[in-house]
Design a protein around this ligand. Structure first.
Ligand code: UT7
Length: 318
C-alpha cells in the first residue's frame, strides 16, 4: 500500500492547562513538566461524526479521489454517541460513499491495525482505494475529577487514503492482555434476567506508571523488530512519527534509538493524546506543513489500552 492523501479535523474549543486549574488540583507547571502538554482541543458543540467526515473529505481531496472511488472504509474509534451502528457507517453516509465499512477498536494503536488490514485487503481483494478514518473523543470517557488522567487527552479525527503500492516495508502488531492498566467499563441496560452484581462506572481508570512502563518497553521491542524486518538501522529512519501521549515516553524511545530530536515531530503540546487519531493527524500536519519529503523513511509506533501496540516502517511517496 501507499498513502496518497491525508486529512484531519479538530474541535474548535482549546482547553489550556490554566483552564483546568479552575476545577482541578493541578498546575500548568506540573502538566507541562510531566507530560509536555500545554493545551488540548475538546469537543463542545461539535459531533465526532462531523469531525470524522471533515477529516475524511480532506484526505480524499488531497488524494484526488471522490467518495464513489473509495472501495472500503476502516474506522478506528473507541467511543462515540452511537453504540451501534459503527461510526464507519455514519461516515460513509456523510461523505456519500457506497462501499462496505468496518469499525475497529484497538485503542490508541488503531491506525497501525488499520494500515495492516488495508495492506492485506489491497493485496487480496479487488480494491483500489481504502479510506482509513481514526476519530476519537476521549474527553467523553474521562472522569474530569481525576487529575491524573483527564489532563492527558484531547479529541480529534485523522484520515488517510491508501492505494496499491510498495511503501509498507515492515509492520508488527501485538496485544498483551493487561486490562487493569487502562480501561473503561460501561453499564449495560438492565434485563429481567441478570443476576450478577453490577457496579456503576466512573470514566477511564488508568494506572499511569504501568502504562508508561509498558509503553516504553513494548515500543522499543516493536521498533527494534520492524527495523530488523525491514533490514535497516535506526539511523536510516528520517522521521519517527510516534503516538503523541507523553513527551517523556517519546524521549525514552528517542534515547533507545539514539537519534536526534529533529527526527521526532511533535504536536502533543497543542493537542494532547488524541488516541488513534494522533498519528494520522500528525502525518496530516506534517504533510500540509511540507515537512515530509518524497522517498523519506518513516517509523510509526503506537500503544494503547489492551495493551495493544504496533509499529511499522513506511516509505513516504506522496
Ligand atoms: O495512550 C495511552 C494513554 N496513557 C498514557 O500515556 C499514560 C502514561 N503515563 C503518564 O503519562 C504518567 O504516568 C502520568 C502523566 C499519568 C503521571 O505522571 P507520573 O510522573 O507517573 O506521576 P505519578 O502518577 O507518579 O504521580 C506523582 C504525583 C502524585 O502525588 P503524590 O502521591 O506524589 O503526592 C500524584 O497524585 O503527582 C500527582 N499528580 C498530579 N499533581 C498535579 C497526578 N496528576 C497530577 C496533576 N496535577 N494533574
Amino acid at each position: 500500500m501507499k498513502i496518497i492523501g491525508t486529512g484531519s479535523a479538530r474541535p474548535s474549543l482549546t482547553v489550556t492547562n490554566a483552564m483546568l486549574e479552575n476545577f482541578l488540583d493541578t498546575s500548568d507547571e506540573w502538566i507541562v513538566t510531566r507530560t509536555g502538554i500545554h493545551e488540548r482541543r475538546v469537543i463542545s458543540s461539535e459531533n465526532l461524526e462531523d469531525l470524522a467526515s471533515t477529516a475524511a473529505t480532506k484526505a480524499m481531496e488531497d488524494a484526488g479521489v471522490t467518495s464513489e472511488q473509495i472501495d472500503f472504509i476502516i474506522c478506528s474509534n473507541v467511543v462515540n454517541e452511537y453504540v451501534t451502528p459503527g461510526l464507519g457507517c455514519i461516515i460513509q453516509g456523510k461523505i456519500g460513499a457506497t462501499c462496505p465499512t468496518m469499525d475497529i477498536n484497538c485503542a490508541c494503536t488503531g491506525f497501525l491495525y488499520a494500515l495492516d488490514i488495508a495492506e492485506a485487503y489491497l493485496a487480496t481483494k479487488d480494491m483500489k482505494n481504502i479510506l482509513i478514518v481514526c476519530a476519537e473523543e476521549p474527553s467523553r470517557m474521562m472522569n474530569w475529577k481525576d487529575r491524573s488522567s483527564c489532563i492527558l487527552f484531547g479529541d480529534a479525527a485523522g484520515a488517510v487514503v491508501v492505494t496499491k503500492g510498495d511503501d509498507l516495508k515492515a509492520i508488527r502488531l501485538s496485544t498483551h492482555c493487561k486490562v487493569e492498566a487502562l480501561y473503561q467499563r460501561r453499564r449495560l441496560q438492565p434485563t429481567p434476567f441478570v443476576t450478577k452484581e453490577e457496579t456503576d462506572t466512573d470514566g477511564v481508570s488508568m494506572n499511569g506508571q504501568d502504562v508508561f512502563k509498558l509503553a516504553v518497553s513494548s515500543s522499543i521491542k516493536d521498533i527494534d523488530k520492524v527495523l530488523t524486518m525491514a533490514g535497516i538501522t535506526a539511523d536510516d529512519i528520517d522521521l519517527y512519527v510516534l503516538h503523541q501521549a507523553n513527551v517523556r515516553i517519546i524521549e525514552s524511545i528517542r534515547h533507545f534509538v539514539n537519534q536526534d530530536k529533529s527526527k521526532f515531530p511533535f504536536n502533543l503540546d497543542k493537542y494532547g493524546n488524541t488516541s488513534s487519531a494522533s498519528i494520522p493527524a500528525l502525518l496530516d500536519d506534517l504533510s500540509r506543513g511540507n515537512q515530509l519529503r518524497t522517498g523519506e523513511l518513516l517509523l510509526l509506533s503506537a500503544f494503547g489500552a489492551g495493551f495493544t501496540t504496533g509499529a511499522c516502517v513506511l516509505r513516504w511517496s506522496k
